[in-house]
Design a protein around this ligand. Structure first.
Ligand code: NAP
Length: 335
């Protein structure tokens, strides 16, 4: 049974991203050594500097183009485990098939091919997303790990050009995760490692990087700027605190039972109205007070697997969202 414990060395792809940085932070705090992949020397040096207290326990490898065959060959050499978090997440989830879908899916193909004959890697944890489970349903539907977003895959397959950018993101995350499972199932007898995929929904809390990421900007926009009518009946879905999402990645390396599992992780269901109310309760000035119209039906997360395998406990929505808003505002003040 696999359990990757400190002082193991873990490769984290997308190490300079919002979630990637928290995963790196928690791994270092837990006594692991981390090799991060980034796209440039300046991003790598920035990370080394940020975590300089950990000295030689933090290093980086440049992977300029994750879609290239063999792109990760050097990066995976000698590591004990991999967390694959890199994927395009643009602001507003806009972008084209080539910008969003191709790097996500080809990037997954590339890293799994590089891992095919790794003699050292024991576990691979891939950051998927709740959007890979977000098959359209009536509000009140119970989501568990058996649900796949076949709708987005089908739409993008039928029409790879001209769809809204968000649809490419939905299909990208779904098909990147499918790529991972298809590869794993096809090659399992020859692999030294097992696979875990994690499906986090909208991620909140403060950023460690300088520029706000997609979900931080989204929280700000929907609290302070977006007209209520534009959010009407839109059930926001589910959320998770970034620290909890990072912890789930670390636990997925450590828990023997996680091997071979797809796991949905979330702090719960929410609506944008809840986000506004949590901020108003905390006396945050300027939050739009106009009530967002809509029913009171929430989707339901089935967290059985997550509880049984990872034993996760989650932070509260209000504290998490407050972190997002404060750090978004700080990042704008610095400009
Ligand atoms: P982020 O801050 O934008 O980080 C994304 C990371 O991926 C960055 O390191 C970025 O590198 C890298 N990346 C993006 N496109 C790339 C490409 N074409 N080639 C190589 N690297 C690329 O986003 P995040 O929110 O932390 O997301 C991290 C992971 O969590 C992603 O897999 C995302 O799908 C997943 N996720 C996020 C949320 C959310 O609400 N934020 C929810 C569910 C799942 P650069 O800095 O060089 O661009």
């Amino acid at each position: 049974m696999v359990s990757v414990q400190a002082p193991a060395t873990v490769l984290v792809t997308g190490a300079n991203g919002f979630l990637g940085l928290y995963i790196v932070k928690q791994l270092l705090e837990g006594g692991y050594t981390v090799r991060g992949t980034v796209r440039s020397v300046s991003k790598g040096e920035w990370i080394k500097n940020k975590f300089s207290a950990y000295g030689s326990h933090i290093d980086y490898t440049i992977v300029e183009d994750i879609t290239k065959t063999g792109a990760f060959n050097e990066a995976v050499k000698g590591v004990d485990a991999v967390v694959h978090a890199a994927s395009p997440v643009s602001d507003n989830l806009d972008g084209t098939y080539e910008e969003i879908y191709v790097p996500a899916v080809k990037g997954a193909e590339s890293i799994f091919n590089s891992l095919r004959s790794s003699p050292t890697v024991k576990r691979v944890v891939m950051t998927s997303s709740f959007v890979a489970m977000m098959e359209p349903h009536e509000p009140g539907f119970t989501y568990d790990e058996t649900v796949w977003n076949n709708n987005a895959t089908k739409l993008v397959k039928e029409n790879p050009q001209g769809l809204p950018g968000a649809m490419y993101y939905l299909a990208a995350k779904t098909d990147a995760e499918r790529t991972a499972w298809n590869f794993y199932n096809a090659h399992k007898p020859d692999l030294n490692w097992d696979l875990v995929t994690l499906a986090p929904p909208c991620i909140f809390n403060p950023i460690l990087q300088d520029e706000p990421n997609f979900s931080t900007s989204l929280a700000y926009r929907n609290a302070f700027l977006e007209k209520a009518e534009n959010l009407a009946d839109g059930h926001a879905g589910f959320w998770i605190d970034v620290r909890d999402a990072a912890t789930a990645h670390v636990l997925s390396l450590q828990k023997p039972k996680a091997g071979g599992e797809r796991i949905f992780i979330t702090g719960g269901a929410f609506k944008w109205q809840d986000l506004r109310e949590e901020l108003i309760k905390r006396d945050v000035p300027g939050v739009l007070a106009e009530r967002i119209p809509g029913d009171d039906k929430y989707d339901i997360p089935d967290l059985t697997k997550c509880a049984n395998i990872l034993g996760m406990k989650y932070r509260s929505l209000g504290d998490s969202v407050l972190g997002s808003i404060s750090s978004y505002q700080r990042s704008q003040e610095k400009k």
